[in-house]
Design a protein around this ligand. Structure first.
Ligand code: SAH
Ligand code: SF4
Length: 357
């Protein structure tokens, strides 16, 4: 193994930004992924944690230029699940042994929404208790809201910074969307006692390998517990994705960049949880398994009712639109066994990094 890979594997957070950029551009991708896999095996084990993903609603107050459910996309059929629907899916995930759950939706604010989520969280906590991990991915909120949801039973919060480069962020969002506010939210979440997750999209227009290396430095500086990142995939009905040509080669390149980000992040941070994002599977049917082999240790199987899945398309080519949750569970278990890993059934699967803190 080369000296740089050895240096990264020996000690967490040992690399400078320029060295991370060198890892991202590593000439032999297989060697890079193998080194990351070794670190993952040693630090978090060769077992995958599941988070059942419930896409609670696609109503969004924001207008991110890349996202398929942005407020300005009038082609989207909007929905919001009621409490009964969310609870039914949460209970399914609990009984299926998934050990934890993610509630994700477009960004909504206001007292009615805050109270609705609070009530749902309390009802999930009533059957799942502390042993059933609940992650929220509901965007930017006030600190008071984050606190209420934490008190109602949520354990983790996933808020991607999208890019650590504020100038690039500004080019990807309307003027009233603020990078600094997103950072403040991440810090408020930490203050409220959440396990904090963040992440970025890789392959954004105008993004460089240096930007991506800086993103990994950002994860270290903010001391995040979990990373949820994936390739950017253009969506035709968005300002950023409209008219972007799509070829198998473009998909393969985006996939590889996403995998390189996972590997470099594992090699730098060692003991955090890293998700193999569903966007990887949108680019390659085996994308998530490849993510696991490049250093990821978490998968978020979709447990949303199939009736809603087509309406929640953040990017093009979303997989499993017609596969119900039971089918997904069996299919995933086989795929994970095929790469020689096991599933952490019925446990919350907290990141070792958080446990050590
Ligand atoms: N509204 C919440 C959660 C839902 S969006 C929020 O924004 O935090 C979840 C993630 O989807 C975003 O953080 C973004 O990184 C990702 N996403 C949106 N559009 C995407 C695209 N075109 N390609 C890949 N990921 C995308
Ligand atoms: Fe809304 Fe999140 Fe999409 Fe932005 S990324 S438009 S906040 S759902």
């Amino acid at each position: 193994m080369s000296t740089l890979l050895e240096k990264a594997a020996a000690r967490p957070r040992a690399l400078a930004q320029s060295e991370l950029a060198a890892l991202l551009a590593w000439p032999d991708a297989k060697e890079l992924f193998a080194a990351a896999y070794e670190v993952k095996s040693r630090e978090v084990g060769r077992a995958v944690s599941f988070r059942g993903l419930i896409e609670c609603g696609n109503v969004c107050e924001k207008n991110c230029l890349y996202c398929g459910i942005r407020k300005g996309n009038s082609k989207v059929h909007r929905y919001r699940m009621d409490a009964g629907e969310i609870l039914r899916e949460a209970e399914w995930a609990f009984k299926a042994g998934y050990g934890s759950l993610v509630l994700q939706s477009g960004e909504m604010t206001g007292e009615a929404h805050t109270a609705f989520i609070e009530d749902v969280l309390k009802r999930i906590h009533a059957f799942g208790g502390e042993a059933f991990g609940v992650t929220l991915s509901l965007g930017e909120q006030t600190e008071a809201t984050y606190r209420r949801w934490r008190d109602a039973g949520a354990h983790r919060y996933l808020l991607r910074i999208e890019t650590s480069n504020p100038e690039l962020y500004a080019r990807l969002h309307p003027a009233d969307h603020s990078w600094s506010r997103r950072l403040e939210c991440l810090r408020a979440l930490r203050g409220c006692g959440y396990q904090v997750g963040s992440g970025v999209m890789a392959g954004l227009p105008g993004q460089t390998l240096d930007d991506l290396a800086a993103d990994i430095m950002f994860f270290a500086e903010e001391d995040v517990d979990m990373i949820g990142m994936g390739p950017y995939i253009p969506h035709a009905d968005t300002p950023l994705g409209h008219g972007v040509p799509w070829t198998p080669q473009a998909a393969a390149e985006r996939l590889e960049l996403g995998l390189r980000m996972i590997a470099a992040t594992r090699l730098h941070l060692h003991d955090v949880n890293i998700a193999a994002a569903t966007a990887l599977q949108a680019l390659d049917p085996e994308g998530r398994e490849k993510g696991l082999l490049a250093g990821a240790n978490v998968i978020m199987p979709n447990v949303t009712d199939v009736a809603y899945r087509a309406d929640y398309q953040l990017y093009a080519g979303k997989p499993c639109l017609n596969e119900n949750s039971t089918l997904c569970r069996g299919c995933l278990e086989r795929r994970i066994a095929a790469i020689g890993e096991t599933v952490n059934w019925n446990v919350r699967g907290d990141s070792p990094h958080w446990r050590k803190r």
